[in-house]
Design a protein around this ligand. Sequence first.
Ligand SMILES: Nc1nc2c(ncn2[C@@H]2O[C@H](COP(=O)(O)OP(=O)(O)OP(=O)(O)O)[C@@H](O)[C@H]2O)c(=O)[nH]1
Ligand SMILES: [K+]
Ligand SMILES: [Mg+2]
Length: 442
Amino acid sequence: MTQPSAPISRDTIVALSSAPGRAAVAVIRLSGPEAGTSLAALCGPLPEPRRVSLRTIRDPRTSEPIDRGFALWLPGPNTQTGENAAEMHLHGGRAVIAAALDAALSIAGVRMAEPGEFTRRAFLAGKLDLAEAEGLADLLEAETEAQRRQALAQSSGALSVRINGWRDRVVEVMALVEAGIDFSDESDVTDAARAQAYDVLTPLREEIAVALADTRGERLREGFRVAILGRPNAGKSSLLNALARREAAIVAAEPGTTRDVIEVQMDLGGLPVVLVDTAGLREARDAAEMEGVRRAGEQAKAADLVIWLEDVAGRTEPEVPPEARVWRVVNKIDTAPAAEFAHRISARTGEGLDRLAAALGAAAADALNSGGSAGVTRARHRDALAAAVASIDTALDAWTDTPDEILAELLRRAADELGRVTGRVGVEEVLGRIFSTFCIGK
Ligand SMILES: Nc1nc2c(ncn2[C@@H]2O[C@H](COP(=O)(O)OP(=O)(O)OP(=O)(O)O)[C@@H](O)[C@H]2O)c(=O)[nH]1
Ligand SMILES: [K+]
Ligand SMILES: [Mg+2]
């Protein structure tokens, strides 16, 4: 990839790269020009590159031992950040970590890393592009198998390869149009080049538009939202608890128990599903309940699927926004026969819950990127692709009666928009936003 123009910091950074708090092992990483000298100051003579060696880590100011652990010396540029780097694997106690970080920070030229700064340096060194860095952030956040697969693919360049392929083809079309500019006194060449360019651009535009219309990658990052709505006492909170297998919401015999929106993250067959419990819908008795009912309506709008839960003893018509996708689910089938209903459960005995969970998993599989394909995963990608398609459409609409120079400019814009996704273009605008979402030490 091309080297972004942002300056590479000369500081050496240090951070705890393992999770904060007590643990068996803590990993402290250093990156920057002084990583080697710092490691030597902490652990004695530098170990052989890329070989683990057992050392006593000492405070360079007092020579007092802090801990015994592994030291790793990783000379650049063949490192994650492209810089000199070092690691210390210590015992993961709070005091050990605090003393080791304090000792490292006492060395001239060493400072604490900012969130995502290791990855940011890797990006600036051309070790990974922007979409790959985002994939890495997603990999750290991934909570289900499908999310992990998608994040790993994106961090390994799957989306970048696709976007770069489109960009290359736009540039190819641009070259054909520019050939027209160069040979403008030979109209045969011009016409042939234009016709060829059109034939390449049309299916390419379709391909990008199809990717743009596919929301499954973004949906997978967020999870499939299922809102449970119904009249008071239908058993909504009981259903939430039964599916989540924990007492996340309060269940009580009085109607109007739930007022707040309660969300539970679930893993259904490797797919992320967000279950949402809401206040029972009725004429509210007080201000808090009224607000709860209002929020229930909001959740119904935001959900991918609404479960309208009914008591088998008293069926009710769904009160949900007209555009909502609704499943009517009949509850409390332990109290009366209910064979005629498609979705029938007892939140109390657990009957029918496996079947309902399987149906929810199947609905999620349809709506989310469960196959691991390399689609767009963020609004940032979507915006860039939409702008690229818009630019291509402007060019196609005006194809026959527009000067070559203008067509070429429209195509250049489309190529630039595609280049934003991987960070070839417009890096400065997004750099801070993207890397600040990482934790410190990554
Ligand atoms: N017999 C039977 N009782 C149930 C079942 N599910 C829930 N209940 C009971 O119904 C009552 C209301 O249950 P909740 O889960 O609080 O109902 P809810 O829809 O969340 O009620 P609100 O939050 O007040 O709207 C409680 O007494 C539950 O124990 C069921 O499947 N069978
Ligand atoms: K209740
Ligand atoms: Mg409730």
